[in-house]
Design a protein around this ligand. Structure first.
Ligand SMILES: [Zn+2]
Length: 47
């Protein structure tokens, strides 16, 4: 559950990951921010 790099809580992958213990960890440790920032969305939608 914890990031090995920053020792913070990694973002949940599914709804089942949102537990009380997880929430507590996030409050105490914070969320992992190692993930690459969201790619800037460009207007490439063809619809
Ligand atoms: Zn991290």
């Amino acid at each position: 559950m914890l990031c090995l790099t920053c020792q913070r809580v990694r973002p949940a992958l599914s709804r089942t990951d949102y537990t009380a213990d997880r929430a507590r960890l996030i409050v105490s440790r914070g969320l992992c921010t190692c993930r690459v920032a969201p790619v800037q969305r460009t207007a490439t939608q063809s619809t």
